[in-house]
Design a protein around this ligand. Structure first.
Ligand code: CMP
Ligand code: MG
Length: 440
């Protein structure tokens, strides 16, 4: 028996106005009328047929049923539980949540106006259609309009829509989103470059380009704040393209300097650029990658696309297809923050990726936590068996370096070597490398 399938006979009440709501319904069969129950009859607000949903309001705003529901025909209704709706609502965008609350509030206000017995607000003409043995009065267009008019005066500003901290957080996000748009056009975004070195001796092999937002008033805004906002709003796509263009042009300059110091002694420096799941679904993505490589005549392998495990999982097939094409252009692909997502190991063998970056949360604690040491060891082993290059993120001490070197990790990135730096500081740092690594 299907416990969530509810059957009602023609004329049965499904619920009454003012009842506590326990679930919403989808009409699988039959027809339902939504009615305002009044002493002089019922006002039909709507009828719902097969495939429609009703009874959601009381679940979402946790108030009594705004209207009654009655079966106009024999009905089979599928109950959508409070838990099922709440689960989704909790994950919804906070701005959308506020919009839903506002709409529900307006709608309830309108309903009370219609319901009001005060004749000056809405006078209900008894246009009765008699279905399912219910007196049903249809409000005329004029009545609906006068209800809508009273709404304007009747908005209640006294009650907050949601917990005020959630509300102010959401407003802050909206504001930041707008400021971010300005930042994009007014050059407030910068790229900092963090060197990535060979673990065996500390020689520079590449960089990761990291976005910074220097706000004219608020100063430096952390990427941990603005990247998630940009991902939600979709602005991330433009931002990534900007970073890709900027970083590839800068890479050419770094490679020229490398050549001037060491000739062809070492492989050309690479540049890691971070991508978000959304970028891969954008139609311009592959062109942008090709342009980045061609505009600066970069050896394709020197562009490394970084994508996190969790982003891989968003639409694995599409991401896999697009990454495969990037690799066919010769670009390198790195799985970023490895170990923090929830992806299964099978992605590792199916994803076209040649580099694996071990998340700093494991690296930072290898000396404090034996289990993390064991994990790092196993990840390195696995990656090498799959023929992947390994990078340890968050390398902060000489002790980390020794341990990771002994474990056979290839490359390292972290404060022990260098912080993410603006270009001029990178150049000074590179120059210092020539003392340790003179031209042969
Ligand atoms: P709920 O308040 O839980 O129970 C009554 C349902 O009727 C409500 O959710 C909505 O699904 C529906 N409802 C309320 N007002 C209207 C309206 N004006 N037009 C159509 N449907 C409505
Ligand atoms: Mg990264």
């Amino acid at each position: 028996m299907d416990a969530l399938m509810r059957h009602f006979r023609q004329g049965d009440w499904i619920f009454h106005e003012g009842d506590e709501g326990e679930c919403a319904y989808i009409v699988e069969q039959g027809e339902v009328a939504i009615v305002l129950e009044r002493s002089d009859g019922h006002i039909t607000l709507a009828t719902y047929g097969q495939g429609t949903l009703f009874g959601e309001m009381a679940i979402i705003d946790q108030k009594p049923r705004s209207a009654g529901a009655i079966a106009l025909k024999d009905c089979a209704l599928r109950a959508i539980t409070r838990a099922q709706l709440n689960h989704r609502l909790e994950r919804a965008d906070p701005i959308l949540k506020i919009c839903i609350q506002v709409i529900l509030k307006h709608l309830r206000k309108t309903l009370t106006q219609i319901h009001s017995p005060e004749p000056s607000k809405v006078s209900v003409a008894p246009t009765v259609t008699n279905q399912a043995n219910v007196d049903v009065i249809q409000p005329t267009a004029q009545q609906e309009e006068s209800a809508a008019q009273t709404l304007g005066q009747a908005i209640d500003h006294s009650q907050p829509m949601m917990a005020s901290d959630v509300f102010s957080e959401a407003i802050k996000t909206l504001h930041l989103e707008q400021e971010l748009q300005i930042a994009l056009t007014q050059n407030q975004l910068r790229l900092y470059y963090q060197p990535i070195v060979r673990l065996s001796d500390g020689l520079i092999v590449g960089f990761e380009a990291l976005m910074r937002w220097i706000h004219p008033v608020k100063g430096m805004i952390s990427p941990a704040v603005f990247i998630p906002i940009a991902e939600r709003s979709g602005q991330i796509v433009e931002m990534t393209y900007w970073a890709l263009r900027e970083a590839s042009s800068q890479l050419k300059k770094f490679q020229d300097i490398q050549k001037s110091y060491w000739g062809d002694q070492y492989a050309p420096l690479f540049m890691s650029v971070n991508f978000s799941g959304r970028d891969f679904l954008d139609g311009r993505f592959l062109d942008e990658i090709q342009n980045a490589l061609q505009n600066h005549q970069l050896p394709p392998k020197s562009l490394k696309l970084e994508i996190t495990e969790s982003m891989l999982m968003l639409s694995p097939d599409e991401v896999q297809r697009v990454l495969g094409i990037c690799q066919s252009y010769g670009a390198s692909v790195a799985i970023d923050d490895f170990g923090t997502g929830y992806s299964s190991l099978s992605y590792l063998q199916s994803m076209p990726a040649d580099t694996l970056k071990i998340d700093q949360s494991f690296v930072r604690t290898i000396h404090k936590n034996d289990r993390h040491l064991a994990l790092v060891e196993s990840i390195l082993h696995l990656a090498h068996r799959l023929g992947m290059l390994t990078v340890a993120e968050g390398v902060e001490t000489a002790e980390d370096v020794v341990t990771l070197r002994n474990l056979g990790c290839d490359l390292a990135q972290g404060y022990h070597y260098a912080r993410p730096m603006p270009t001029d500081q990178v150049l000074a740092w590179m120059e210092k490398q020539t003392e340790q690594f003179p031209k042969i």
